[in-house]
Design a binder for this molecule. Structure first.
Ligand code: HEM
Length: 473
């Protein structure tokens, strides 16, 4: 208790220890609406033995823009034992690596992204002829495989991405490791931070380490690839054709010693990026696909746009990078899907030093704050008329692309630490949807709109069935 501070109001609760945990988990949407109506834009809850502050639309940008006072990374590391799981990561920031070696080459990687994406779509959807149709009951599962394929191609190269073992590791690593984020931090009720401490002990003692099997697979493949490349470089000298992929880039970083290659460190760098990229992109893509399957009335309009865009494709069906800019309706559809299928509360940050919001309310150092995303997404002044309804083309004329961050769109965070992978992810989703819309018909098996699945404030793609068949052209 800090009597001198003008802290956000703590919502009343009946039961000590449990506090608001039950309502937050089982009735989050309604509960938060009531809290906001009664307590205002910023209020605190008592969840899992800790006070956390929920910040509504008016003040959310303060959290994202003040990285001297709020940190997403510190909050993440408090809940996720990344240091224990990825012991050989080294000091280079994954964000730096991505910016230096991948995001500046999006244009260069575009053709490979499309080719491997289309190959993966054929392989995993696998519909033979026009009369066949298939029902998929877990789009998210399917999307993790499809999305992982171009990512594996770009990260590990044209050879390694062809191994099923690699695709499975890419696809599964995030969900295996996210167990630490999904399991409720019950031990924190006894003492804040105890759950993470306990998780670290599980990993350190080897009782439970879900990263190990994936690291072993990655190390094996990286080792093969590194040896092969070094031998070929030796053999062919100046005429050696350097593979252009992320693995080669990080092999050549300062400090690289060809006589003593640290494959564990290379594997951990890739694991860190997989954690950031696979689940997020696969869920986003599954949601977009589900949203269109749920609303067949928009299919024709999108089909016509994609048909027009496809005129720019070369003889192999590959689009020039610039064609992405012409998928305006699809882009707006993607943004609308992200807007309405996200978490109710997101972007957990830790307060790094005592902070006073512009309305005078103060949060102390070490407090957990979360952004009330739904408050942003259901606000008419930020979203336009009927903010709760899915209007796929509402962003077409307002110059707001699916990757454009801003105070009315928080899916990729904001400020200095906004997701650096957002263009990569949105490109991948648009290329995937372009191909699906042109070549397949799809609809929900229930014939109804499939909504996101909620676990407390967290949203996951619906697991409702989708029927897919080849389009008759
Ligand atoms: C639809 C897909 C994605 C979503 C929804 C997403 C979302 C986010 C969010 C919300 C953040 C936190 C931003 C903040 O602190 O304000 C973030 C950070 C980050 N994302 Fe993504 N992301 C996606 C795809 C990717 C991809 C494909 C990559 C890499 C290839 C990536 C790499 C990163 C990294 C490295 C950070 C940390 C940035 C920093 O701390 O400076 N993300 N992402």
């Amino acid at each position: 208790r800090e009597p001198k501070k003008n802290m956000p109001p703590l919502v009343r609760y009946k039961f000590p220890i449990i506090g608001h945990t039950y309502s937050y988990l089982f009735n989050c949407e309604e509960f938060l609406k009531q809290c906001k109506a009664e307590y205002g834009d910023i209020f605190s809850l008592y969840v899992w033995g800790q006070v956390k502050t929920i910040v509504g639309k008016e003040y959310s940008q303060e959290i994202l823009s003040r990285d001297d006072a709020f940190s997403f990374a510190v909050a993440f590391n408090r809940r996720f034992p990344g240091g224990e799981l990825l012991k050989n990561l080294g000091s280079i920031s994954p964000t730096r690596l991505l910016k230096d070696y991948i995001f500046c080459k999006l244009n260069f990687y575009s053709e490979r992204m499309q080719k491997s994406l289309y190959l993966a779509t054929q392989k995993y959807i696998d519909i033979g002829d026009h009369n066949e149709q298939k029902t998929f009951n877990n789009m998210y599962y399917l999307m993790t495989r499809i999305i992982s394929t171009p990512i594996a191609n770009i990260f590990l190269g044209e050879e390694e991405y062809q191994y099923d073992e690699i695709i499975n590791t890419f696809a599964e690593i995030t969900s295996d490791l996210s167990l630490f984020l999904i399991i409720p931090p019950i031990l924190d009720i006894i003492y804040p931070g105890l759950q993470n401490y306990f998780n670290c002990i599980l990993i350190r003692t080897g009782i439970y380490n879900p990263a190990l099997k994936h690291q072993d697979i990655l190390i094996k493949h990286i080792n093969n690839q590194v040896c092969k490349r070094l031998q070929e470089k030796d053999k062919y000298g100046d005429s050696w054709k350097r593979p252009d992929d992320f693995l080669q880039d990080i092999m050549e970083l300062d400090g690289f010693d060809s006589n003593n290659v640290n494959c564990s460190s290379l594997a951990d760098k890739i694991c860190a990026l997989l954690f950031a990229s696979i689940h997020t992109t696969a869920s986003g893509c599954a949601n977009v696909f589900m949203d269109l399957a749920s609303r067949p009335q928009y299919m024709q309009e999108l089909y016509e746009e994609q048909l027009e865009v496809h005129k720019e494709a070369d003889e192999n069906g590959v689009l020039p990078f610039e064609a992405l800019n012409n998928m305006k309706k699809l882009d707006s559809f993607v943004r609308e899907s992200f807007r309405l299928s996200g978490h109710i509360v997101s972007l957990e940050h830790v307060v790094l030093k005592d902070y006073t919001f512009s309305n005078g309310l103060q949060v102390p150092k070490d407090r957990i704050v979360n952004i009330y995303a739904e408050d942003v997404y259901q606000d008419e002044s930020l979203q336009g008329p009927n903010p709760k309804s899915f209007e796929p083309f509402r962003h077409v004329d307002v110059n707001a692309s699916a990757a454009k961050i801003g105070k009315n769109y928080l899916s990729f965070g904001g400020g200095k630490h906004a997701c650096p992978g957002r263009y990569f992810a949105i490109n991948e989703i648009k290329f995937f949807m372009h191909n699906m819309i042109l070549n397949y018909n799809f609809r929900t098996a229930s014939g109804k709109i499939e909504k996101r699945r909620m676990i407390g404030p967290m949203a996951l793609p619906s697991s409702g069935g989708i029927i897919i068949e080849k389009r008759v052209k």
